[in-house]
Write a protein that binds this ligand. Structure first.
Ligand code: PPY
Length: 327
């Protein structure tokens, strides 16, 4: 029997932050990491079971939610019905301002203001505002599909008046220089990546990976072994989306009360436009609970109750909290 390597989709090209997150979160598994040109391509790969997992940025500690990911999760055309979150990974993100090789050998002090265009992924601008305002105020900004793509463009661009925001790793990979390093506004700049899989797929990394050591379906151990004790200390997170009748007073409050009733602690609420009617929204609620025998079916019960008070609702997955865990 040949054991096929796991296939993990990420936003490419190689040397993007998503590549780094995929490599680190799957370092204990035997996995092929597969670059994709967009988040939607990576999601589609998991839906079609061409990839076993996808690692996708969900929010950044400086710049907030990644709206493209929320839009994928909105799944307005029902394209990704089997794709659910199964894990998360926190990556500390350090950005550099990249320029042509040897164009500024003396670094930032010798910078003469000649750069007229900068490239990066939309997520990165908001993480480096202070630096950009100080050195590149008014310079044209061009969104590209990934930070690594920006570094690649700088390496190929004949006109030397361009720069990109990306990692040191991307600088090395594409053969460009870092004019400045650690240009992020905050030293603790961290991106939370969600790990997605297809609920119908049988291939899994199983207990090799920290994030998959228990799923919402796994019965909670009730013994007094060390692992049972540890498991009880674990927080599980769940993501649920729903839409409500906006004309009905209290509709949102009623939906949120259901989380409280089942002991699910609300940790974040996001919205995206419903795109069915202007000024109406899809709500994304993330909640957490410490696992116990008593609350093992809390999510299922909450979803049942939510169906009575929402227009539509969807379980987007349950996974193990990695924030309180030493990784
Ligand atoms: O463009 C990349 O490198 C990505 O993986 C998306 C991204 C951009 C900025 C911070 C984290 C992830």
């Amino acid at each position: 029997m040949t054991l096929q390597k796991l296939k993990v989709a990420f936003l490419g090209p190689l040397a993007s932050f998503s590549h780094q997150a995929a490599a680190e979160s799957f370092k204990k598994a035997s996995a092929d990491l597969l670059p994709h040109v967009s988040f939607s391509d990576a999601f589609a790969s998991v839906q079609k079971q061409e990839a076993d997992y996808a690692v996708i940025p969900f929010e950044n500690s400086t710049n907030g939610s990644v709206v493209q990911t929320l839009d994928l999760l909105s799944d307005r055309n029902n394209q990704y019905k089997d794709v659910k979150v199964c894990g998360e990974y926190y990556l500390t993100v350090h950005h550099c301002l990249l320029v042509h090789k040897n164009s500024y050998p003396n670094g930032l002090p010798s910078y003469d203001g000649k750069i007229t265009k900068l490239y990066t992924h939309p997520q990165a601008w908001g993480q480096c505002e202070k630096f950009l305002n100080e050195y590149f105020k008014g310079v044209e900004r061009q969104d590209v599909s990934s930070t690594s793509k920006g570094a690649e463009i700088v390496s190929k661009e004949k006109d030397e008046c361009v720069g990109a925001i990306a990692s040191h790793f991307a600088a090395e990979y594409h053969g460009v220089d870092a004019l400045a390093s650690n240009i992020e506004d905050r030293a603790d700049n961290t991106t939370r990546f969600l790990i997605f899989r297809n609920i119908h797929a049988d291939r899994t990394a199983g207990t090799t990976l920290d994030f998959e050591s228990s799923s919402s379906q796994t019965p909670i151990p009730n013994g007094d072994s060390k692992s049972a004790e540890k498991e009880k200390e674990t927080t599980r997170k769940t993501l649920i989306s729903f839409s409500i009748d906006h004309s009905s007073p209290g509709a949102l409050a009623n939906a949120l009360l259901i989380f409280k009733a089942h002991g699910l602690n609300l940790t974040s609420i996001n919205t995206r436009p419903s795109l069915r009617r202007a000024w109406q929204y899809i709500f994304f609620v993330e909640c957490g609970r410490k696992v116990s025998v008593e609350n093992d079916d809390a999510v299922m019960k909450a979803l049942n109750d939510l169906r009575d008070v929402t227009e539509s609702c969807r379980d987007l997955g349950t996974w193990k909290d990695q924030l309180g865990v030493s990784i």
